[in-house]
Design a protein around this ligand. Structure first.
Ligand code: MCA
Ligand code: AMP
Length: 518
């Protein structure tokens, strides 16, 4: 049995709460483990193991999510987490690309899962959870899975068209669970306040699995509602968020009267730990949190492909604008354009938490890794430009993230977005002749998605030209709402280089100037 599943099974008789839902109802570890055994038994049917088969789960946050997740792993499967915020075409793409056969859906998401029936076997989760567990059979199936077996397939946007499935192994998750838990001092007396989406590494592994690995309780909120989060801090010891969440917390805070602010600030001050990641934490946000709580959030750097790689330390100084130091086992190298070590350059990473590759995308996997110049193990190329900030501390300089190496990768509210994927969706519109998508710095989102469009006349000469609203609606029908451009600017032409490629930095400058090209 892998370290991940055996750690899970070791809690089979614990009555301590594993989860608490938004309304406060608790489920013990014993109950949630029992649920996972039931799901595993049902998924196995007559088989000895799912042998790495991808099982998609469309399940609301709570105890059932955890049971579904571990149920798939115990049966020898690999989890693909679907999100209710994705439109049907995107959800279908994830299931098809992953070659999933079964979709487990909780009752809340039955409507969203319904269109998948036919192409996939959609199974309501409730009867799976009620299935009589066959412990011995499940133990045999789990024991047959090694550390290198795929446990999780997470979809992540890249510099080519559609999102790709990053295959994360049992070993990757187990090492992250242990290292992050130790680095951040997690124990069974913690209650993690959790409002992150579960279809990404941050919410699923860095937050939920870390807490479960330490035997802590996770308060799983259904969505991010700032006032609800402030109120729930009372009942928590750790909060993990992305910078956009902190921004929202401050907006809600500022809208309240003195008494509420004092109560909220008191609860936030009493948290043992508040972390920030997934995007750069602006120093203004860090300092605002300090003004309320006395400390800046603990910032760390992570990626779908590696989990948390670099983190500020729990004890000792935290450096605003810096992400800290590599976790144990994480090796780093900063390289310049010539692939030689440099003070500032691309961050390469290797170690046991680095994923195994992209599902059925050997070319992209090969491009993501590079041989070690000294003949050691290959490095994963993060695509992030970093340096070490010698001015930030005494003896050891913490890492500082300077930005992405590619202008086509954007970060909005912690979600990684591919400009090319959004451009591709817009290009399908009959009145879009040319399009370029860029990320414009934004206080609330970090980067704001802006589409610059050169229009083609409507096919019906009498019809009005399409407007920004129509193009946004067109994208919304195809992609997740957070990928929909916040602004659509119509331009006469796009700046191009001699090869006819759009020069995005020039476009960004043009649209950021007081009089944008229109
Ligand atoms: C929501 N909207 C967004 C975003 N989120 N637009 C741009 N960027 C976003 N991130 C849109 C909605 O579609 C809606 O558009 C409008 O904004 C308001 O929606 P609302 O319901 O108020 O937003 P929300 O659902 O509350 O979401 C805000 C959020 C969310 C909670 C900050 O964006 C979020 O959960 N972000 C976290 C992402 C994350 O976990 N990333 C981790 C990746 P309209 O009005 O047009 O309908 S993993 C990773 O990065 C690595 C491993 C790491 O280091 O962690
Ligand atoms: P994802 O592919 O969604 O996992 O996003 C990973 C990317 O998020 C990284 O490659 C970084 O660009 C960005 N990121 C994560 N944490 C931080 C951070 N603390 N500061 C700046 N960027 C970050």
């Amino acid at each position: 049995m892998s370290e991940l599943t055996s750690r899970w099974m070791s809690r089979a008789s614990e009555i301590h709460p594993a989860t608490r839902d938004a309304e406060g109802a608790e489920s013990s570890y014993a109950d949630v483990v029992e649920g996972s055994l039931a799901v595993a038994t049902s998924l196995l049917g007559g088989r000895a193991s799912l042998e790495g088969e991808r099982v998609a789960i469309l399940v609301a946050p709570g105890a059932s999510f955890v049971s579904a997740f571990f149920g798939v792993l115990l049966a020898g499967g690999c989890v693909v987490v679907l999100s209710p915020i994705h439109p049907a075409p995107e959800t279908r793409y994830f299931c098809e690309d992953a070659e999933a056969r079964i979709v487990l859906a909780s009752a809340e998401h039955a409507d969203l899962a319904a269109p998948l029936a036919g192409a996939f076997e959609v199974r309501p989760l409730a009867p799976e959870l009620a299935h009589a567990p066959d412990r011995e059979r499940v133990a045999r199936a789990a024991e047959a899975r090694g550390e290198g077996a795929p446990a999780l397939q997470l979809y992540t946007s890249g510099t080519t068209g559609k999102p790709k499935g990053a295959v994360i192994t049992h070993a990757n998750l187990a090492v992250q669970q242990r290292l992050v838990g130790e680095a951040w001092g997690f124990s069974s007396s913690d209650t993690l306040l959790h409002a992150l989406p579960l279809h990404h590494m941050h919410g699923l592994a860095i937050a939920l699995l870390t807490a479960l690995g330490a035997g802590a309780t996770t308060r799983m909120m259904r969505a991010f509602d700032a006032a609800q989060i402030w109120n729930a801090m009372n009942d928590a010891s750790v909060f993990m968020g992305v910078p956009a969440m902190y921004h929202r917390l401050f907006v809600a805070f500022d809208a309240e009267g003195e008494a509420t602010r004092a109560r909220w600030a008191g609860a936030a001050r009493a948290l043992r730990l508040a972390t920030s990641g997934s995007a750069a934490l602006p120093v203004t946000i860090a300092e605002r949190w300090r003004a309320i709580t006395g400390k800046i959030p603990l910032e760390r750097f992570g990626m779908t492909e590696i989990g948390v790689g670099i983190t500020n330390r729990l004890a000792g100084d935290r450096y605003p604008g810096c992400v800290g130091f590599p976790l144990p086992t994480v090796e780093t190298r900063i390289v310049g354009d010539d692939d030689r070590e440099a003070e500032t350059g691309e961050l390469w990473i290797r170690g046991p938490s680095v994923f195994s590759g992209y599902h059925r995308r050997d070319d992209e996997t090969a491009r993501a890794f590079t041989a070690d110049p000294d003949g050691g193990a290959p490095w994963f190329k993060t695509g992030d430009t970093v340096t070490r900030d010698a001015s930030a501390s005494g003896s050891e300089a913490p890492f500082k993230i300077l930005g992405r190496t590619s202008v086509d990768i954007l970060k909005s509210g912690g979600y990684k977005l591919s400009a090319l994927e959004i451009e591709e969706a817009l290009r399908d519109h009959p009145e879009v002749a040319e399009v370029a998508v860029v990320g414009v710095p934004d206080e609330a989102w970090g980067e704001r998605v802006v589409a610059c469009v050169v229009r083609r006349p409507p096919s019906d000469p009498g019809a009005a030209a399409c407007d920004a609203g129509a193009l946004r609606a067109f994208v919304r029908a195809r992609l997740a709402p957070y990928k929909v451009p916040k602004d659509v600017l119509f331009v006469g032409e796009l700046p191009k280089n001699a090869l006819g490629k759009v020069v995005k930095p020039a476009l960004l400058r043009a649209i950021s100037s007081p009089e944008p090209a229109a």
